[in-house]
Ligand binder design. Structure first.
Ligand code: F6R
Length: 361
């Protein structure tokens, strides 16, 4: 039931404070900073030296986000698009943890990638929402994201829960491998506790609906970001094209000048994501597209004064750690896509040509 919302997607966007509370429930204690991930014993991952992700679509973007969380903790990590990995698997060894990120646990490309690892020494783990799903049954280990059922074809609350679970898992891996918490540990755990309320405040103010009027009828919508803001930009563009049917692309901010800048005209809108890390460099990219006549919507922490002074329109987010600001920015991007699609009267919960679970390769 849609509980009074016009669409499941909007309902699921609004469920995020509750679904994130479920994801973190009982899994960490902010006072003593302990992390208890279900029945994984302390030290369980001490032999791991490298993480490889296999995933598709939104789950792939969560995996890319996870690479940053692991990389910042000194753990080498790489995310593969499962459709490619299933045909071209990478060499692995007994210190490799391969994480299949899949909301449904039934995506054929992801399952096939995991199956390619069966006769290798790698350890496999499914990060999934669905208890008893194929991915959960076929891997060595499973970590549930506990987001609750997601009906809308466009993944929203499950992305937030995937990233949150990956943040806890990254910190846990660091501790198992090195024997101590990472430098990011206390900031992360304190901020995770505050996240549901911060998302609530975004949902209460929801400033993006207004912008859909100002920016309707543009030729193209480019989403850019650097560092953690990069997977968030990719996810923003995917959501936008899925439900609005308008042309949208996500880019690493620094990549624009290596080709895509040729596409930028006054009829392009650029949505730039800021997390408080690398903002200066992304602002340079913003100035580059403004010089070609494009308008820029910035999504940034509310205290980012230089961003506010530079972009044409600002969508603020409450300030968390740079690691989690990306999650808050993504909530604004979900709302932005939703309002654009709603204004265009699209079939938001069942976009044309798409299915919730893709069971063919
Ligand atoms: C985007 C979307 C898809 C899925 C992808 C993977 O909104 O929903 O891109 O993320 O098909 O699905 P799962 O996570 O079930 O493997």
């Amino acid at each position: 039931e849609k509980s009074g919302y016009d669409h499941y997607m909007l309902k699921e966007i609004h469920e995020q404070p509750a679904s994130l509370n479920q994801t973190i429930h009982g899994r960490f204690d902010p006072t003593d900073e302990s992390i208890t991930l279900d029945d994984f014993e302390p030290g369980e991952f001490s032999d791991i030296s490298r993480v490889e992700f296999v995933a598709c679509g939104t789950s792939y973007h969560a995996a890319l986000y996870g690479c940053h969380l692991l990389g910042q903790r000194g753990i080498p990590a790489y995310a593969h698009r499962a459709g490619e990995y299933a045909s071209n698997p990478m060499p692995v060894d007994d210190e490799t943890l391969v994480i299949g990120v899949t909301q449904s646990g039934e995506t054929a490309d992801t399952l096939e990638s995991l199956r390619r690892l069966e006769d290798t020494p790698a350890r496999t783990l499914a990060l999934t929402n669905v208890i008893g799903s194929t991915a959960a049954r076929e891997t060595d280990d499973v970590l549930y994201i506990r987001a609750g059922p997601e009906i809308g074809v466009a993944a929203t609350k499950t992305f937030s829960s995937q990233v949150t679970a990956l943040a806890l898992l990254s910190e846990r891996l660091h501790r198992d491998i090195t024997g101590e918490p990472s430098a990011h540990s206390s900031g992360l755990l304190q901020s995770l506790g505050a996240l549901p309320e911060q998302i609530e405040s975004i949902l209460d103010s929801d400033p993006t609906a207004e912008l859909t009027r100002k920016y309707q009828g543009m030729d193209a919508h480019f989403f850019i970001g650097r560092g953690i803001a990069h997977p968030v930009a990719l996810e923003g563009a995917l959501k936008f094209k899925e439900i609005t049917y308008e042309h949208a692309e996500g880019f690493a901010a620094g990549q624009l000048k290596h080709g895509p800048l040729a596409l930028v005209t006054p009829n392009t809108v650029v949505i730039a994501v800021f997390t408080g890390d690398h903002d200066e460099k992304t602002l340079n990219n913003v100035r580059e597209v403004q010089a070609r006549g494009a308008s820029v919507i910035g999504i940034a922490p509310e205290d980012a004064t230089e961003v506010a002074a530079t972009v044409d329109d600002l969508i603020p987010i409450p300030s968390s750690t740079p690691e989690l600001n990306g999650l808050l920015a993504n909530v604004q991007l979900q709302l932005l896509s939703y309002h654009f699609a709603n204004r265009l009267e699209r079939s938001i919960d069942k976009p044309r040509n798409l299915a919730k679970s893709v069971t063919v390769e």
